[in-house]
Design a protein around this ligand. Sequence first.
Ligand SMILES: *Cc1c(COP(=O)(O)O)cnc(C)c1O
Length: 322
Amino acid sequence: METPILRMAGNPEDSNELYIKREDLLPFSMGGNKVRIAEAFFRDMKQKGCSSMIIYGSRHSNLCRVLSALCRSRGVPCVMICSHEEGEEQEITNNTVLVDWTGTEIVHCRKQEIAAAVEDVMKRLTAEGKTPYYIFGNKYGTGNEGTAASAYAEAYREILEYEGRQGFSFDYIFLPSGTGATQSGLICGKLLMGGRASVMGVMISSREYERAREVIREGIVSYFERAGKILPGDYQQEIHLLDQYRQEGYGKYDKRIEDCIREVYCRDGVALDPVYTAKAFWGMKEYLREKQVKGKKVLFLHTGGGPLFYDYLTKREKASLL
Ligand SMILES: *Cc1c(COP(=O)(O)O)cnc(C)c1O
């Protein structure tokens, strides 16, 4: 399913042409990059002959929302391992509710206990006669990087085809970078199919910079290995990761990001959430300004996260009534 690429209104003082690819409009479970990624995991599960799915994420997780809905709609048992920081056990988000609706069993654990929780659930499902599939590979969460990347290696083709139809090339593609799977995928697409745009990941969490780069690199290597393709020697030049716009870390934002949400909504009618898309959009604008980038064609990948936009709206509304 192809999503539209649209020209954004932009500021009068902007000399760059801004475009947006609306992955938020993908037609399942409120859209977002996780729709493509969840489908890739689902196919991989089937290919590996597994019959039940183990997913992992926080209470905000868009991936868990989409995967739990996909499993439910296709009759595949699903268990979610949900990690939380000390003190945030009580927080309920829109995504938590939607996961709960699907009847997905939720196993709670602390951030340091993920591997043990995965192992426990694997053993239990196996004892019940099921063949479990853990989306991130082994209990430490490695070994399956290429699967998520494959989703955006394929989606990249849509960007190239759009460029072909328009008769121009983008100079940049900006996107929020969390686990880096989406970014790895786009880079793989570019390495395989060509194109001119630099893929610019805007970090949204406080994950260590070198570690984040390394995960993206592993995603690229793993995808090429599985696809049986030869990786160009200079592929690491394609990894552009910005760590200066993440503010205080995952889920943390200040007034600049809130203003950005309003501005983009008022100018373009597009909803951005403060955790991923607005942070990255704001980071992109800052980058273009700081580096004095002018006269370029810039594509922003709207990776979805609709339920988080509504979490934010509700929170604002409540705050304004206090
Ligand atoms: C997961 C997510 C991201 C980050 O994607 P990664 O592939 O993990 O880097 C960005 N935006 C939204 C809305 C997401 O749900």
